[in-house]
Design a protein around this ligand. Structure first.
Ligand SMILES: *[C@@H]1O[C@H](CO)[C@@H](O)[C@H](O)[C@H]1NC(C)=O
Ligand SMILES: *[C@@H]1O[C@H](CO)[C@@H](O)[C@H](O)[C@H]1NC(C)=O
Ligand SMILES: *[C@@H]1O[C@H](CO)[C@@H](O)[C@H](O)[C@H]1NC(C)=O
Ligand SMILES: *[C@@H]1O[C@H](CO)[C@@H](O)[C@H](O)[C@H]1NC(C)=O
Ligand SMILES: *[C@@H]1O[C@H](CO)[C@@H](O)[C@H](O)[C@H]1NC(C)=O
Ligand SMILES: *[C@@H]1O[C@H](CO)[C@@H](O)[C@H](O)[C@H]1NC(C)=O
Ligand SMILES: *[C@@H]1O[C@H](CO)[C@@H](O)[C@H](O)[C@H]1NC(C)=O
Ligand SMILES: *[C@@H]1O[C@H](CO)[C@@H](O)[C@H](O)[C@H]1NC(C)=O
Ligand SMILES: *[C@@H]1O[C@H](CO)[C@@H](O)[C@H](O)[C@H]1NC(C)=O
Ligand SMILES: *[C@@H]1O[C@H](CO)[C@@H](O)[C@H](O)[C@H]1NC(C)=O
Ligand SMILES: *[C@@H]1O[C@H](CO)[C@@H](O)[C@H](O)[C@H]1NC(C)=O
Ligand SMILES: CC(=O)N[C@H]1CO[C@H](CO)[C@@H](O)[C@@H]1O
Length: 820
């Protein structure tokens, strides 16, 4: 998560998400269309519930969007509104057209909300409600409906709002009650557009309304939600379904029919957070149709108002709500439909909802802003909302690589193009701005992961430039390493660790997180070494493989760990802080875990040596050399006991992404059965179909893709061509590769829906006995059938040394020669 302390603007005290036990199940009314796909019978979209994770810190965007679409329309509320809408009972303040999903910092985007009113009481303009705080309106809870490409809600004013989208345009249908507002004989609806965004970050803005057509268009400059700089966005709203009665602008709680435009700047007194309410409105005669509906079409653009209008006119020429909605459903069916699931007899359908909803959420971001980038001209794709790669490298990009390699390749090209034009790969990016780096330079991992897996289908990716970009991360310290690259590179190269209280006059950034930065830099360098090795840069490969062992320099073998009641945990050997003079410091190994406290464990200026997790957790982060880690920690048995303790003691918080890999690290100790068991302790207990149904911020779909990959039973060790095998949660699935057309099938034999037969006894790949407990991406590229014979007891399958996934010190590449 990108949490919760926002270095620039956050004013709240950082808190851990609240855990509640909301158990109400959703009852959604979804429009089912005939099944076109799969062995799962009903249309897969009926298993997608976008409202999962819309309360208690999930911050999921539940509105209407296309896969990776820029337009993301939803009702915005004034509660926990990072994703626009939240199921927390707070009031609706408007309907806006762009959002990010699952983020941990401030709310993102939510610019230029529309707000409809039935009429102004007494037909007096000033009696309509203009400022956000005045117009905030409760909604009828049972009216909320969400499905791929569609969101609907009815306000307490009995105005029903439905929305759907194309790539850059939101289409709203506001249905007004048949009752005129008090004091007027006939209905006269008013729709306003406010020059504001969700985080109230407006720097300036301007709006104008066309007296004849009622078109409202405008521009605003705002701040990004977790980064530096500012961005400018434009919009263009047109209306359909009622004759225009009059138009005008508003400021504060007053409105008038003249002038027809206004602009606002910060006045130095009323600055944020008390942004002056300002915008424009159009009032209508009673709608023409018997449904009393007015359609509002809002195009958005980062280029210009003209382009916003053009996007809207070209994407939705006819205001045909049903046609746009159908096209959106088709786009989602196309994206998700590469997967077919045969659930198996007796499998609870809610597990399918968990799975398909997770898969869906992994296709919301990054967002395709191609053609909308004002920062440079390029023929390459431009994606934004890499929010943040620290979260997304683990499960999101690995999931997209399986589900939609065409989009993943476009994202790679965009990452590389950002490097070309800004000089650095992003680590976090939103709203055209640089976001805050949380640890290492994680785009290195994404690039290496894709290089190893899909290089053969990566048309248009310049791997020479990609390699140049990752080496730049490893070699050159940026002036401001809080938004790109890595800090402390001088120490990294000379001391071979990131010291606590580093001496680093070469750049600025938060001098914290020495332990977590050390292990992350080590892994980043390993990923670079893999690329170097394959690209034939032997000397580089040697250098970066060597650097990838530096995690060990912060490992203190004698360090013990006690709980806060002084009970010894019984484990010895943890990562610990180390000063530049090589003297050891101390940080309680359980600090920054849910067991002790999370005080200042984010990007706080007074932060600690581990980021959003404890030394206990980071001591397991050696994804590339688990063999050495296991030996270092006392051998496989001790390692397994330690991993159990991590999961069972309360030390681990599964709602944060670093917790994902430890669910599966048993594989490296020859105990793949324990990984399967562990996954079932978290799913569905903490990943379920309730609105609170994910344990932390979704972080652009990280929790969603984690649960989807876990249920598929092929969990990636991201950055390596390795998927760790566990039995899928369903009897069988098949995934068709979008580029090669080949089909990968995993089939459980002896499957039982109670998951008592949870242990792999034997396996066959395309009919041949298969004993390795892992598999590579060729399975997805070239297809195959992996059959797993399940049983009630742990077996010897996948347990021998030669069955284990590769490690630097044991694998073909490391051959032990690069050890310390
Ligand atoms: C609204 O309904 C949902 C689904 O039934 C429920 O989870 C949520 O708690 C309700 N919200 C309020 C504020 O009652
Ligand atoms: C929502 O609005 C209603 C009516 O204006 C008000 O009573 C209520 O306190 C508001 N709720 C919140 C959470 O702001
Ligand atoms: C939306 O954008 C995607 C690329 O992200 C593209 O493949 C798709 O065709 C676009 N949809 C429409 C309707 O233009
Ligand atoms: C609005 O603010 C942005 C960002 O500071 C600035 O670039 C732009 O010139 C301003 N626009 C106007 C009209 O003042
Ligand atoms: C409003 O529009 C008029 C006519 O186009 C223009 O002259 C004026 O500068 C605009 N005013 C603002 C505040 O944008
Ligand atoms: C991109 O090209 C257009 C058209 O030539 C030009 O108006 C614009 O200034 C260019 N943008 C940048 C950032 O160079
Ligand atoms: C790839 O980028 C490099 C510069 O990094 C350039 O020299 C080379 O021509 C590019 N290759 C292709 C195929 O465009
Ligand atoms: C110490 O705390 C742990 C975990 O909270 C608990 O299991 C254990 O019983 C406690 N020990 C004592 C002596 O209170
Ligand atoms: C090393 O540096 C630390 C922190 O500045 C200091 O406490 C310690 O005494 C130093 N050790 C030696 C041997 O100088
Ligand atoms: C949490 O950690 C901080 C150190 O940053 C410490 O001051 C505080 O006492 C701790 N709180 C608890 C409840 O342990
Ligand atoms: C669903 O998941 C949430 C979040 O992880 C958890 O708090 C809740 O107890 C779970 N509910 C059920 C019914 O399993
Ligand atoms: C007092 C009154 O009747 N005001 C207005 C009610 O709304 C209609 C438009 O729908 C106007 O024409 C009236 O002037």
């Amino acid at each position: 998560m990108q949490d919760r302390f926002h270095p620039q603007t956050r004013k709240e005290t950082p808190t851990m998400p609240l855990y509640t036990t909301l158990t109400t199940l959703l009852t959604l009314t979804l429009t089912l269309t005939p099944s076109t796909l799969g062995q799962s019978g009903p249309n897969i979209l009926s298993f997608v519930d976008p409202l999962i994770g819309t309360v208690n810190g999930g911050h999921v965007f539940p509105g209407a969007t296309l896969p990776f679409g820029m337009a993301k329309a939803v009702a915005d509320v004034n509660g926990e509104n990072q994703g626009g809408f939240a199921s927390d009972g707070s009031n609706v303040t408007g309907f806006s057209h762009m959002h990010d999903s699952g983020t941990g910092g401030s709310p993102s985007l939510g610019n230029f909300p529309l707000f409809p009113q039935t009429g102004c009481p007494g037909d007096i303009l000033d009696n309509c409600l203009f400022p956000e705080e005045n117009r905030a309106t409760p909604y009828i809870n049972s009216s909320v409906q969400a499905s791929p490409g569609y969101f609907a809600i009815e306000l307490a004013t009995n105005i029903k709002a439905e929305m759907t989208v194309t790539n850059h345009t939101a289409l709203y249908r506001f249905s007004f009650p048949n009752t005129p507002t008090e004091g007027n004989a006939t209905l006269s609806p008013l729709i306003l557009a406010d020059l504001i965004d969700l985080p109230h970050s407006r720097i300036n803005g301007s709006v104008s309304v066309d007296a004849n057509t009622g078109r409202i268009s405008g521009t605003g400059s705002f701040n990004p939600s977790f980064g530096i700089g500012s961005y400018t966005l434009h919009f263009c709203a047109d209306f359909h379904g009622a004759a225009v009665r009059d138009t005008g602008v508003f400021m504060n709680n007053r409105a008038g029919t003249e002038p027809k435009n206004l602009s606002v700047v910060q006045d130095g007194v009323n600055n944020s957070p008390e942004i002056l309410p300002a915008g424009a409105w159009t009032r209508f005669h009673a709608p023409n149709g018997s449904d009393n509906a007015i359609l509002a079409r809002v195009g958005v653009s980062f280029i210009s108002v003209d382009q916003a209008c053009h996007n809207a006119e070209s994407e939705i020429p006819g205001f045909d709500f049903e046609a746009v909605h159908t096209a959106a459903r088709e786009a989602w069916t196309d994206t998700l439909g590469v997967v077919e699931v045969t659930p198996g007899p007796g499998v609870n359908s809610s597990l399918q909802t968990v799975f398909w909803s997770g898969l869906y959420r992994a296709s919301l971001s990054p967002q395709d802003y191609t053609g909308e980038n004002p920062l440079w001209n390029s023929t390459e794709p431009y994606y934004d909302s890499f929010y943040c790669i620290w979260d997304s490298f683990r499960s999101i990009h690995t999931m997209i690589t399986i589900l939609d390699p065409v989009s993943q390749v476009r994202m790679l090209r965009s990452l590389i193009d950002i490097y070309r034009h800004e000089g650095w790969l992003p680590d976090c990016r939103m709203s055209l701005c640089k976001g805050f780096t949380q640890g290492g330079s994680n785009a290195d991992i994404v690039l290496a992961d894709s290089y190893l897996k899909i290089k053969s289908i990566s048309d248009g990716v310049n791997w020479t430039t990609a390699y140049e970009a990752v080496v730049h991360d490893a070699e050159v310290e940026p002036e401001n390493w809080s938004v790109q690259g890595r800090g402390g590179l001088h120490s990294w190269k000379n001391l071979h660790y990131i010291p606590t209280d580093d001496y680093d006059p070469y750049g600025v950034g938060p001098f914290t997180r020495s332990i977590s930065r050390t292990v992350e830099y080590a892994y980043d360098d390993f990923c670079i070494a893999e690329m170097a090795h394959d690209l034939g840069h032997a000397a580089d490969a040697h250098k970066y493989y060597s650097r990838s062992t530096y995690w060990h320099n912060m490992f203190l073998p004698s360090q013990t760990s006690s709980l806060h009641n002084n009970t010894d945990t019984g484990f010895t050997g943890f990562l610990q802080p180390r000063f530049p003079n090589t003297t050891w410091g101390y940080q309680n190994p359980i600090f920054c875990s849910p067991l002790l406290n999370f005080t200042s464990c984010y990007l706080n200026p007074d932060g600690h040596e581990t980021y959003e997790g404890s030394a206990w957790l980071y001591t397991t982060f050696v994804p590339h050399d688990m063999a050495t880690l296991i030996t270092t920690l006392g051998g496989p048995e001790t390692f397994v006991t330690r991993l159990d303790y991590l999961h069972e003691s309360g030390l681990l918080y599964i709602g944060d992404e670093q917790a994902f890999l430890p669910v599966y690290q048993y594989h490296y100790a020859g105990r793949p059965a324990k990984s399967a068991l562990r996954a079932h302790t978290y799913i569905p207990a903490l990943f379920n179909t309730t609105r609170v149904g994910i344990p932390g911020n979704d972080d652009s779909g990280a929790m969603g893709s984690f649960v989807a990959l876990a249920m598929l039973g092929l969990f990636p060790n991201p950055g390596q061509d390795v998927y760790l095998i566990t039995p899928p949660f369903f009897q069988e699935w098949r995934i068709t590769n979008k580029v090669t057309g080949k089909v990968a099938v995993v089939r459980n034999l002896n499957f039982d829906a109670r998951y008592e037969n949870l242990f792999i006894q034997s396996a066959r790949l395309d009919g041949e006995v298969y004993t390795r407990n892992w598999i590579g991406h060729d399975f997805f590229l070239y297809g195959g059938v992996l059959e797993l014979v399940l049983g009630r007891n742990e077996s010897s399958w996948g347990t021998r040394a030669e069955d284990l996934p590769p490690s630097l010190s044991t694998g073909e590449r490391g051959m032990g020669v690069y050890g310390w």
